[in-house]
Each structure stands twice: as structure tokens, then as C-alpha cells.
Ligand binder design. Structure first.
Ligand code: TYD
Ligand code: MG
Length: 453
């Protein structure tokens, strides 16, 4: 009998070594190696597939199908592609199982065929209770409590469902590896098997994955390379908003987001998120302004708040929530050096309202203006939106999608836009909204605060 080989694998990144190591040379994680037994590869050749000419590849009608949840479909790039593998990652309790149960219900209602929901985590009565809460009483959602991938495949072979959900990838295991479920080897092997199966049969597979404390998908990043689409379901526990963000999509744009609200009876799509995020604005407060952030193809108006107060300790505190702290520090430096506004003895807190996270630099100018607004206790007019990237020499650089941002602002009822001069050059053709282009932060201060000294 062939000897079983032992190798040690980093549980964070999947690096493998013949010996145990204290620190992973690849991802530099400490104490992350665990033993994985490798079965010798079976060298029997598989039946080879034949090459096909590109123009004779057939695309079936109705290439994508909807899940009945428009926000979800948009994030997927217009619906589910048959044979695709979609990974939905997120913190425990954020609503992954809820989202997938609701979308399975949508698929069933649309297609009229049966889907399979495999739970390796929750018992069937638990799922039934959730379905009851969601008002789903469908007889075409088959539930299966199973942790062995081989048994799952056997069931799938028998019932040929229209889609499969695996909840979660960390709790299923394949017999071909002796290691425990949840280990790097198991996660990788199970997801590649699901991938091969999906491609072979054309059945879309939704995989639920847990997220580690650091926010990455538990198990190796490799998982992200294997699947077609990676979606993160995120949100603040204290808020009811949930954001579904696409970070990888072989069939659509990334950075697309879908906004949901978690209610008594499950997730509700938020059709007009800008209005939602601005709904609790407290008029005319110093230190608050609205910016426009474009996520994928969709503009989102969000409120940015800053609080600047004298520090009571030697070291001023800088805190940023919902935006990169390094970016905020950079803006503070520009403000001090170029704007000539001393902030060295001030604590500065910046917050993006509603538990949102802004990643694009277009919010720079707005953050800078709210800091100045709070420092000088001068409020920014409520009907103003501000966006633009700020460079290190204090210049305001143009950003992409300016027109979409302005249109969204007009739709919500804003009257004034402060944007980079570079973007002002286009003709917006809008008479009911005043648009001011600024070249640098001095001009921006002038425009925002109307002759501010
Ligand atoms: P769940 O889908 O089980 O999360 P995950 O699979 O990501 O771990 O969602 C659990 C949370 O959602 C739980 O805290 C309760 C809440 N919830 C509601 O507020 N309303 C609902 O209708 C449902 C089904 C859940
Ligand atoms: Mg769950």
C-alpha cells in the first residue's frame, strides 16, 4: 500500500511545507501550521475532453436567470449564470443563510423547479423556523442535513436540482482527505470538487463561507481563486442595513453593491439607498456634509461627519470609522501644510454614517471640508454635495463618473455641487442645480463656506 504522506499547511494562506514551521514564510502568520495527511494521488487518467472551436460553443437560451431579488441579481451581474460557483462570505449572524433561503425561494418561484439547500450547520427544524419567519412555505426547496460532500453529490445526482446551496464550506468534508473539516486542505478540495461538478452539470452552486476576525474569508484566500464570484455580505451589527458587495465576478462588474435592510421578516431590498442613508440627517450641524460615492455602477450619497476638539492628552487622537485612517491622516497633513490650518493639538474623529465603508478617494474633499467645518464651527449648507480627490499638493483632482454623481444628487433634491474643476469641464446640461468646479483646497474652502476667512 502506498504510504500516506504528511505535510504541514498554513491555515491562513495554504502554504505547505514538509516540516512544521512557527511562522509562515508566505503570509507571515504565526503558529498557523497544522498537519494535513495527503493521500497518494491516483494516477489513473481521467477521460479527456475534446477541444471545441470557439464559434461552435453553444450558449443556451435564458443564459442567466433571476433570483427574484433585484439587488442580488445586479450584484451578480444580471442574474445567476448556470454552472457558476458563487461564494457568499460574511460575519456570523449577518444574514447569509437568510439571503440564500430567500433567493432560493425566488429561483423556485421563477423557474418552477426544485432547489437543494444543504445545511451542514443548522438542523432542519432551525431552517424551517427561519423559513416560517420569512413567510416561505415552498414545497420545492429540498433541505438536506449532510456534511459529507460525497453524500451530497449522491443526493444531487438523484434529484437534479436547479441550484445548490452549501451552508457552509467550513463544515463539509470530502472522504478523499483524512484531515478535519474546516482545514485548508478540506476547504480547497471541497470547493474545487463543487466547482468541477457545477461546470460539468451546469447547476449553479452557492457556497457560504465564514469570515475570520480580520475580515478575510476563513480558510485560504485560495478559495477566492477557485470560485467564479465572491460576494461579501457586510454590515454593522448595530444597524439594520446590510450591504452585499462583489469583490470578484467572472460574469459581471466588481465593486457592485446591493443594499438590504434586515427586518422582522427577513431581508428587504432598499431601492433608494441614498435617501435611506440621509434620512436621519440633523440639519445644519457643523462638521457634517454629504458626498457621493460610486459603488460599481451605482451612486450612493452618504453623510460624512467630523468632530474636531482640543486634545486633553499630549498625543492627539485620530479615529476614522468607515474610511481608511491613513487617508484621513493624509488629508489632515494637507490641511495643515497647504491650507495653513493648524490641527496639531486637536483630536479628530471622522465617521461615515450608517455603517457604510467608503473606499474611493472621491470622498477626500468632503472629509477635508467637514474637518474644517467642525474646527471653525461653520456649518456646510445642507443642500450641498461635495466630492473630489485631494492630492498632496492640495490640488483637487477629477474623479470618474462625475455625471452619475451629480444626477443622483439632483434626484434626491440637492441644489449645489462642489466638484473638481477637471470634472466641471463636461457640460452637465442641468439648470436646476448649481455646479461649482474647484482647482485646489483654497478654492474649495471659498466655495463651500462662501468667503470663509
Ligand atoms: P442568518 O441568516 O442566520 O445569518 P448567518 O447565516 O450569516 O449566520 O441571520 C441571523 C440574524 O438575522 C439573526 O441575528 C436574526 C436576524 N434575522 C432577522 O432580524 N430577521 C429575520 O427575519 C431573520 C430570518 C433573521
Ligand atoms: Mg448561517
Amino acid at each position: 500500500m502506498a504510504k500516506i504522506k504528511i505535510s504541514y499547511q498554513c491555515q491562513a494562506c495554504g502554504y505547505s511545507s514538509p516540516k512544521w514551521l512557527g511562522r509562515c514564510p508566505d503570509c507571515e502568520a504565526w503558529n498557523s501550521f497544522a498537519e494535513e495527511k495527503l493521500k497518494p494521488k491516483n494516477l489513473r487518467s481521467q477521460s479527456a475532453s475534446e477541444p471545441v472551436m470557439l464559434d461552435s460553443v453553444e450558449i443556451k437560451d435564458g443564459f442567466r436567470y433571476g433570483t427574484g431579488i433585484d439587488e442580488f441579481d445586479r450584484v451578480l451581474g444580471g442574474g445567476v449564470v448556470p454552472g457558476s460557483v458563487i461564494l457568499v462570505g460574511g460575519d456570523p449572524g449577518i444574514g447569509k443563510s437568510t439571503l440564500l433561503l430567500q433567493s432560493m425561494n425566488g429561483i423556485v418561484n421563477k423557474l418552477g423547479s426544485t432547489v437543494l439547500y444543504v445545511s451542514a450547520e443548522e438542523s432542519l427544524p432551525q431552517i424551517k423556523i427561519r423559513a416560517g419567519r420569512l413567510g416561505i412555505g415552498c414545497d420545492r426547496i429540498a433541505l438536506l442535513f449532510e456534511t459529507s460532500l460525497e453524500n451530497i453529490f449522491m443526493t444531487v445526482e438523484k434529484m437534479k436540482p436547479a441550484a445548490i446551496v452549501v451552508d457552509s464550506i467550513q463544515t463539509v468534508f470530502t472522504d478523499t482527505l483524512p484531515s478535519a473539516s474546516g482545514s485548508v486542505g478540506q476547504i480547497r478540495e471541497c470547493s474545487s470538487k463543487l466547482m468541477v461538478y457545477a461546470k460539468k452539470t451546469g447547476i449553479p452552486v452557492f457556497i457560504i463561507g465564514h469570515v475570520t476576525k480580520e475580515g478575510a474569508l476563513a480558510g485560504p484566500r485560495l478559495l477566492e481563486h477557485i470560485v467564479d464570484t465572491v460576494l461579501y455580505f457586510e454590515g454593522d451589527r448595530g444597524h439594520s442595513y446590510r450591504i452585499l458587495r462583489s469583490v470578484k465576478n467572472r460574469f459581471g462588474s466588481t465593486n457592485e453593491i446591493g443594499v438590504f435592510e434586515m427586518g422582522e421578516h427577513g431581508l428587504i431590498e432598499v431601492i433608494n439607498p441614498s435617501a435611506l442613508f440621509l434620512s436621519e440627517r440633523h440639519g445644519n450641524n457643523g462638521g457634517s456634509a454629504v458626498t457621493s460615492s460610486v459603488e460599481g455602477t451605482r451612486p450612493l450619497l452618504v453623510e460624512v461627519q467630523s468632530l474636531v476638539s482640543p486634545t486633553s492628552f499630549g498625543m492627539p487622537r485620530r479615529t476614522a470609522i468607515g474610511i481608511d485612517l491613513n487617508r484621513v491622516n493624509l488629508l489632515i497633513a494637507v490641511c495643515e501644510k497647504i491650507g495653513g490650518i493648524p490641527l496639531g493639538t486637536m483630536d479628530i474623529f471622522v465617521n461615515v454614517v450608517g455603517g457604510l465603508r467608503i473606499v474611493e478617494p472621491a470622498a477626500d474633499l468632503c472629509v477635508l471640508m467637514t474637518i474644517i467645518s467642525s474646527l471653525r464651527e461653520r456649518s456646510i449648507k445642507e443642500d450641498t454635495i461635495i466630492f473630489g480627490e485631494v492630492g498632496l499638493t492640495g490640488e483637487v483632482r477629477s474623479v470618474a463618473n462625475a455625471e452619475i454623481r451629480v444626477k443622483e444628487a439632483r434626484k434626491i433634491g440637492f441644489k449645489r455641487v462642489i466638484l473638481p474643476q477637471g470634472n466641471r469641464e463636461n457640460d452637465f446640461n442641468m439648470s436646476d442645480i448649481s455646479i461649482t468646479g474647484v482647482r485646489d483646497i483654497h478654492e474649495a474652502i471659498e466655495a463651500v463656506f462662501d468667503h470663509f476667512k
